[in-house]
Design a protein around this ligand. Structure first.
Ligand code: KG4
Ligand code: ZN
Length: 365
């Protein structure tokens, strides 16, 4: 039972072939880093153009690397939202064409459900299962959502418990990195540098919000960092980092360290610590509010080493009396294997889309 997955919701063109929702036969991801890096963020018009360029070779490579042909595929799954409209359209149109040409069932998948399934897939690949009901935290550049996930007769049900009111967690990493002069995407750079600073050096106050106590807010933290940067007069060092980013495609940790004084490393470490603690605080609180036998963390921010260390340190303790699961970094950031995996239960239940499938940039789960 092979499903071809296609993912083009943001700035990665991805295709994968996954067997029965549990074995990745191929997973190809073409990054548009080179296109967007110099703009400090994803430029939607350029993203769709790059998807158009990449989609044919990426899908072809995924099928070849899987050692399969179209004849062996059982279905084609594609991300239909949320994401950038123009980017989503490329994947959905291509998937429809494959479905029509090869008479394969089409399955439209929610990108956020894909992220949740990256953890289920990771476990299954290792011959293990996720214990349900589970609490899923999805933290990426576009989303910060928490769901209570129930599994019954092989089908999944999601109850949204909390979400960000403003910036996503990854977006906060990227914006803070950008205002400090680091290159896009900033999350991995902050992760690398934070271990060189003191996370207790700068105190940021937690967000004060009315309403759902399980919601997140990261924009106030970003503004607090900006205020700190202005007060500390960091223009000259920021300009040095921007110059490094312009002259070098992917500066190394050592190169960044050479243009980042200790006080800034402390600021970075404190910022990361605040985001990590905020994610942990609300996720464990959400888990307390429901019957939960495991906690799954996914999305690009799940690559963060401090977040992993803290969550894994807590797992099984009184504060988090359940196992905590992360996908491997390749499955945590955007990829198509998670889309093919999320489509598997739908395939088994015969819940297919048809050619009227539309993209929905703000699709909810
Ligand atoms: O899941 P993803 O690839 O794309 C979206 O669906 O948004 O997530 C990308 C986000 C970016 O904001 C990136 O900065 C962040 O994940 N990210 C990280 C790390 N690696 C990627 N944030 C913190 N620490 C990391 N190691
Ligand atoms: Zn994503």
């Amino acid at each position: 039972m092979l499903i071809l997955g296609i993912e083009t919701s943001c700035d990665e063109t991805a295709a994968a072939v996954v067997r029965s929702g549990e074995q990745v036969l191929s997973s190809v991801v073409a990054s548009q880093f080179a296109t967007h890096g110099r703009y400090g963020g994803v430029v939607p018009e350029l993203a769709s153009r790059e998807h158009l360029r990449a989609i044919v070779p990426v899908v072809r490579q995924a099928i070849e690397e899987a050692g399969a042909g179209y004849a062996q595929l059982s279905a084609v799954a594609v991300t239909c939202g949320p994401g950038l409209a123009g980017s989503l359209l490329v994947g959905v149109c291509y998937a429809k064409a494959v479905s029509l040409a090869r008479a394969l069932p089409l399955i439209g998948v929610n990108h956020i459900e894909g992220h949740v399934h990256s953890v289920v897939l990771e476990r299954k690949q290792n011959g293990e299962q996720v214990e349900f009901p589970s609490l899923a935290l999805v933290a990426s550049g576009g989303h910060t959502h928490m769901f209570h996930v129930q599994r019954q007769d092989g089908q999944y049900r999601y109850e949204l418990l909390g979400r960000t009111r403003d910036d996503a967690a990854g977006e906060a990493f990227d914006k803070v990195a950008k205002l400090l002069g680091f290159s896009y995407p900033g999350g991995p750079v902050i992760d690398q540098l934070a271990s060189h600073g003191n996370p207790k050096a700068v105190r940021f106050s937690p967000p004060r919000m009315k309403g759902n106590e399980l919601d997140f807010s990261f924009s106030g933290l970003k503004t607090a960092v900006l205020r700190h940067v202005r007060a500390a007069g960091m223009e000259a060092e920021i300009e040095r980092r921007r110059a490094l980013g312009r002259s070098t495609a992917r500066p190394t940790r050592q190169q960044w360290l050479e243009v980042t004084p200790p006080a800034t490393l402390h600021l970075i470490a404190s910022f990361q610590q605040t985001v990590v603690e905020e994610l942990i605080r609300r996720a464990t609180r959400a888990a307390e509010s429901r019957e939960v036998y495991s906690l799954m963390v996914s999305g690009g921010v799940a690559c963060n080493s401090r977040l992993r260390e803290r969550f894994l340190g807590l797992a099984g303790s009184e504060a988090a009396p359940y196992p905590v699961y992360f996908p491997s970094p390749r499955l945590a950031t955007d990829n198509a294997a998670m889309i093919a995996a999320a489509a598997y239960p739908r395939f088994v239940a015969g819940r297919f889309s048809d050619l009227s499938l539309e993209v929905d940039p703000s699709l909810s789960l």
